[in-house]
Structure formats: structure tokens, C-alpha cells
Design a binder for this molecule. Structure first.
Ligand code: NAD
Length: 519
């Protein structure tokens, strides 16, 4: 097996970066959320996954902090809902200006704290800016339908109101963008937002929070953004059970998402779930391998396989199976692993030791099942949590293939006809992203038809990973059914009200019902 080149991890001047982002707190060594001035619940660490070193100690929010943040959000929501939507959009416009100014620093912080390579760190912040721009336009476009009333001199229409407080629990792998998808849309809809970020990326959350909270205060809207930093499940659980939180948007694993959804449902609240994926690329016999190879490389190896949309399964027509695997193995051998801040690096670290252990466990399971590792399969010694990009000949029914391992492992399988390929695509619990490579219109349309891919995202001649913000994003089955970002996803953050206005002098009833004392 050819050696995979590695680049050494440069010493990171995290202290300088944190100071530039005004993250240095009064208490040396400890950083607190802007809403958490005197945490009484101890500290937890933010770690650099490329070096394994501690970046900062973070003040853990207590139950008292929780109460203060939620109450402040309730009050802010009442004030915010009374403002015209375009005025709320103006705050998001100002935030987008600040994000553009701070993009290089924030992108670097994403790379340092979660290990994304530079280009992907920058992409993460760009995605925040994109959704902010979208939200600004949206703030002038909320509209309800006017419908034909069956009664004379009646007007029937629908209108949309804010929900109140929206809670947002986020995963580590999109430490800023996923919050922005929720928060900017929720805000222009008139809601206050309380964020509980992943304990694996508290610094990014803190940096973003400081920017947006300062802009909100300057715009006369203090308290519309709340932040709760904690490494314990307690605060997230409390959010799920809290009736003051009208909508809880959860992004994370299906296992945790399920418990969150059950708690929210028990109080008849609303949840928006963006959970695990197990995404496949189908390669039809007429596929253009010049497109397939780079799309699969980005989908499976990009973000170290730590995207919800990462390509995990490769379903290849039997005529292309061997040539494609050979081509991918050659490409994998050229992937430079190492320092995410080095411009030549394509594969940064996994997030932590636990993620590396899950990678090793999956490889052990593949070997025990008699699987052949075409490339990779090993973790790298030394500081940080680096693993090789890994390509495996696999069987669709192995449990390891059917579950999501958040690492750059790609399971390759072959198929004979389109029906079989679509069945394989759909044969997992998750239903997030899917893609097919073909020039044949009938094959593409079969994949896109109601009997085709069962996923929330279905692409043709591009990979599973790297969605734009314009369409509604989300998946089916164990992925949770939520939709966020563009299109009409804003409707999740508002309540719909049906209104009938009678401007006549009679009181006709619907469906021709007569109910009168005079007859
Ligand atoms: P995770 O499920 O471990 O944690 C997600 C969040 O839930 C964190 O903020 C965590 O602190 C919090 N949490 C943990 N226990 C909780 C509880 N009992 N109640 C409430 N909150 C709790 O996920 P992760 O490892 O951070 O992220 C990876 C997972 O997220 C993958 O499965 C990935 O597919 C998924 N993900 C999905 C999307 C999507 O849009 N579908 C996007 C990004 C990540």
C-alpha cells in the first residue's frame, strides 16, 4: 500500500487568535458565554483535534444560568415579535457585514477547534453569510395565501406569526453554519434564539455569539440571542422538556435526536430534527468517471468523513466496479493528511479520541466480517486524531455498512440493474442524501421518481455532500424529517393562523348549515 503523506501540525497561536476575536475573558484561562458571567458549575476544555492540546477552559453554564438565559429570551421574543419583519432583517444584514469582516478569523477558529481544512473552514463561515443574505431578503417576503371563501362578502386568508423562543442544539461538525441556518431564519420570523452548541466546539460558538449579541444590543434588541455552554447532557434535556421553548431544533446523532424528539413530543412541543445520514452514490454503467472520482473523493474524504452528507456507500455497476476502485485507490494515495491550516492538506483530524476509536472499531468489524480493505484502514500515531482515508469492498447487509461511522470510510458494493441499485440505496435506516451518476435520462428519472431514492436530497451527476442553502435541507426516516435553510423552510419557525373576515351584513355558515332561532 502506498504511504500516505502527512504534514506536521504547526504550533497554533490560538491565544493570539482568541484575543483578536475578543474571546479572552476577565478570568485568565477561562472563557464564558456572554450570558454566563459567573458560572458556578465548573469548567470543561476545548481541544485542538490536530494536536490534542487544550485550547481553552470554558465556564460551564449552571441551571441558574439556564433560567436567566431562557427568561431573557422570553422577554426578548415578546419585544421582537412586535417589530416589523424588515426591521428584524436589518439586524441580520448588519450581522452579515460583521461576519464578512470576521470571516478569516472565524474560519481559522473553525479549523483549529474542529479540524476542518482551511477551505472548508472558510466555506462554513461563507454558509453563514449566505443564509444571512437569504434571511434579509426573506424578511420582506413573508406572505400567507388568500383563498376563495364559499361565503359571500367573506375574505379567507392565512397569516404567519412568530413562535416565541426557538431552541437550537447543534452538532460539532458544523459548529457555526447550522446555528446560522436556524438562527437567522428564526430571527427574521420574529423569534428569540437560545443556542446550546456542541461541547466539542464551544470557542466557535462563543466567537459567533459575541459578534451577534453585540450587533443585537447595538440595534436595540438585547437578549434575542442566548448561549448555553455545557459539556453535560442536562441543559439539552432541560430544553427538550421546557414549555417556554416553542420549537426545539436539534442537529446531531439519530440516537440523541430520538430522545430529544420524545421529550418535546411529551409536552406537545415542536421539534425540528436533523440527524444522522448514511449516504450512497450510485454509479451507473454509462457514468462519466471523470466526474465520479472527484465527487466521491470529496464526499467520502472531505471533512474527514464528518459531514452528515458524507458519502459512506458506493453502489457501482458491476462493469465499472474494478476500474473505479482502482482509480479511487490511486486518488486516496495522493491525499495529503495533516495540519488543517496547511493549504496542501485535504484530510484533517477526526474530532477526538472517541471518534478515532469508532473508526478503529468499524475497521475491526470489517476485517472480522472478511472484508477487504482496498486502501487505508489505519490511524496515524502521534498527536492528534488522524486516520487514513479508507476504501473497503463490502456487503450491503453488514451492520457496519448500515450504520453511520463518522469517519472517512467508504464501503463499495456492486449491482446489476437500476432497481437493485435503488433498493440498496434505500436499504438503510437513514434517509439524508443520495446521488446517481448517469447520462441516461430514464435511469436518472427512475432514481428521482417516487419509487426511487427515499432521501431528502437526491442529486444527479454531483455527489452527496456540499448542499447549497437555497433549497430546504434535511432527510427522511431516522434522519428525522426536518427541513432547514432555504425554500419555504421558514414555515417551521412560525405558526400559521387561518383568518376569516366577514365584511357583509349577513352571517352565512359554512357548508350551508342553518342555525337560527327565527325559523
Ligand atoms: P451528538 O448527537 O453527539 O450531539 C449533538 C448535540 O446534542 C450536542 O450539542 C450535544 O451536546 C447534545 N446532546 C447530547 N445529549 C443530549 C441530550 N440527552 N439531550 C439534548 N441534547 C443532547 O452529535 P455529534 O457527534 O455532535 O454530531 C454528529 C452527528 O450529527 C452525526 O450523526 C451527524 O450525521 C449529525 N448531523 C446531522 C446533520 C443534519 O443536518 N442532518 C448535520 C450535522 C450533523
Amino acid at each position: 500500500m502506498p504511504a500516505v503523506r502527512t504534514t506536521p501540525v504547526a504550533a497554533v497561536d490560538s491565544a493570539g487568535l482568541l484575543a483578536e476575536l475578543r474571546l479572552a475573558g476577565n478570568n485568565p484561562g477561562a472563557l464564558y458565554g456572554a450570558d454566563v458571567e459567573a458560572p458556578g458549575a465548573g469548567h470543561f476544555s476545548s481541544e485542538n483535534p490536530a494536536g490534542g492540546n487544550v485550547l481553552a477552559e470554558i465556564g460551564r453554564a449552571s441551571i441558574y444560568d439556564y433560567e436567566r438565559v431562557i427568561e431573557s429570551a422570553v422577554q426578548a421574543a415578546a419585544r421582537l415579535g412586535a417589530l416589523p419583519a424588515p426591521a428584524r432583517g436589518e439586524l441580520v444584514r448588519r450581522i452579515a457585514v460583521r461576519l464578512r469582516e470576521q470571516k478569516p478569523l472565524l474560519a481559522m477558529l473553525v479549523s483549529i477547534e474542529v479540524g476542518k481544512i482551511r477551505s472548508e473552514g472558510a466555506g462554513e463561515i461563507q454558509e453563514m453569510i449566505d443564509i444571512a443574505d437569504f434571511a434579509v431578503g426573506l424578511a420582506r417576503q413573508f406572505g400567507g395565501r388568500t383563498l376563495a371563501s364559499e361565503r359571500p362578502s367573506h375574505r379567507l386568508f392565512e397569516q404567519w406569526h412568530p413562535l416565541g423562543v426557538v431552541g437550537v442544539i447543534t452538532a460539532f461538525n458544523f459548529p457555526a453554519a447550522v446555528w446560522a441556518w436556524n438562527a437567522f431564519i428564526a430571527l427574521v420570523c420574529g423569534n428569540a434564539v437560545v443556542w446550546k452548541p456542541s461541547p466539542k466546539a464551544p470557542l466557535v460558538a462563543l466567537a459567533v455569539h459575541r459578534i451577534v449579541a453585540a450587533e443585537a444590543a447595538a440595534a436595540g434588541m438585547p437578549g434575542v440571542f442566548g448561549l448555553l455552554l455545557s459539556d453535560e447532557a442536562l441543559l439539552g434535556q432541560r430544553m427538550a422538556g421546557d414549555t417556554r421553548i416553542a420549537l426545539l431544533s436539534f442537529t446531531g446523532s439519530s440516537a440523541v435526536g430520538k430522545t430529544v424528539a420524545q421529550s418535546v413530543a411529551a409536552r406537545m412541543g415542536r421539534s425540528l430534527l436533523e440527524c444522522s445520514g448514511n449516504n450512497a452514490v450510485i454509479v451507473a454503467p454509462d457514468a462519466d468517471l471523470e466526474l465520479v472520482a472527484p465527487a466521491v473523493l470529496f464526499g467520502a474524504v472531505g471533512t474527514a468523513g464528518q459531514r452528515c452528507t458524507s458519502t459512506r456507500r458506493l453502489i457501482v455497476h458491476e462493469t465499472l466496479y474494478e476500474p473505479l476502485l482502482a482509480r479511487l485507490a490511486r486518488a486516496y494515495a495522493r491525499v495529503r493528511i495533516g495540519d488543517p491550516l496547511d493549504a496542501a492538506t485535504l484530510l484533517g483530524p477526526l474530532i477526538d479520541a472517541h471518534a478515532r476509536d469508532l473508526f478503529r472499531a468499524a475497521i475491526a468489524e470489517v476485517c472480522a466480517a472478511g472484508g477487504e480493505i482496498v486502501f487505508g484502514g489505519r490511524h496515524l500515531d502521534g498527536p492528534g486524531y488522524f486516520v487514513q482515508p479508507t476504501l473497503v469492498r463490502a456487503h450491503a447487509d453488514w451492520p457496519v455498512v448500515r450504520r453511520e461511522t463518522f469517519a472517512p470510510i467508504l464501503y463499495a458494493m456492486s449491482y446489476r440493474d437500476t432497481e437493485e441499485a435503488i433498493a440498496l440505496n434505500n436499504a438503510v435506516e437513514q434517509g439524508l442524501s443520495s446521488s446517481i451518476f448517469t447520462r441516461d435520462i430514464a435511469t436518472a428519472e427512475a432514481f428521482l421518481s417516487a419509487r426511487g431514492s427515499d432521501c431528502g436530497i437526491a442529486n444527479v451527476n454531483c455527489g452527496t455532500s456540499g448542499a447549497e442553502i437555497g433549497a430546504a435541507f434535511g432527510g427522511e426516516k431516522a434522519t428525522g424529517g426536518g427541513r432547514e435553510a432555504g425554500s419555504d423552510a421558514w414555515k417551521s419557525y412560525m405558526r400559521r393562523q387561518a383568518v376569516t373576515i366577514n365584511w357583509g351584513r349577513e352571517l352565512p355558515l359554512a357548508q350551508g348549515v342553518h342555525f337560527s332561532l327565527d325559523d
